[in-house]
Ligand binder design. Structure first.
Ligand SMILES: [Fe+2]
Length: 213
């Protein structure tokens, strides 16, 4: 067998724990990444790992496919993922996190695909597809990560919101910032662990979160 390999790296203006939440938050996928993902179903999950069936379209070659993937938070700085695609090829993916000063982090994704001998010539195409994938999903995820970190600093909790806003009070002065905890699995509000969730549209006018929103 031969291996195709690539890696991508970017920095984020929020702690790594928010990015880890984002990787394990499967419910946003058919919405935030609706251009590429058409269906997601969580087959099983526990604290720190999940098994997920995803249908998607690869960028550049526009190839619609699906894979079943196992994702595991190996350590506070490392997510390991294995995905078996329809073609029977196994992709081995690592996501490494590094803390940076001022509540920032660096994220490195590696993509390794085992292919039959003779297919090594696909390496440049593999590098282009995976790099495009990393960047596309990163740009779509970034506003959500930044917004979550912003509201977390204001006191936000899932399904409860921000207390001082709910209570229509003034913003408390200099509230202490709570460390962002990794709490898996994430709470669900859709049937993603049952029949799964499909995207509602393939085209949309994107209004986004807006500057400072
Ligand atoms: Fe995402």
């Amino acid at each position: 067998m031969t291996f195709l390999y690539s890696e991508s790296e970017r920095e984020m203006d929020c702690p790594k724990e928010v990015v880890i939440w984002n990787y394990f938050d499967h419910e946003h996928v058919v919405g935030t990444h609706y251009k590429n993902y058409s269906k997601v179903r969580v087959l099983a999950e526990e604290d720190g790992w999940c098994l997920v069936d995803r249908a998607y379209k690869l960028p550049l070659i526009n190839f619609a496919t699906s894979s079943v993937g196992f994702m595991h938070l190996v350590s506070p700085n490392h997510i390991k993922s294995f995905q078996m695609g329809k073609l029977g090829l196994l992709m081995d993916q690592d996501i490494f996190f590094e803390d940076l000063p001022n509540d920032r982090c660096r994220v490195k994704g590696t993509y390794r695909l085992e292919v039959p001998n003779g297919l090594g010539f696909l390496q440049p195409l593999w590098a282009r597809i995976t790099k495009r994938w990393f960047d596309l999903t990163w740009d779509e995820d970034a506003p959500m990560r930044l917004r979550r970190w912003k509201v977390w600093k204001l006191g936000f909790r899932d399904f409860r919101g921000v207390p001082y806003i709910n209570e229509k009070k003034a913003k408390p002065p200099n509230a202490e910032v709570r460390p962002y905890p990794v709490e898996l699995p994430t709470p669900k509000i859709t049937p993603i662990k049952g029949e799964g969730v499909s995207r509602l549209f393939e085209q949309s006018e994107e209004v986004g979160y807006g500057e400072g929103g």
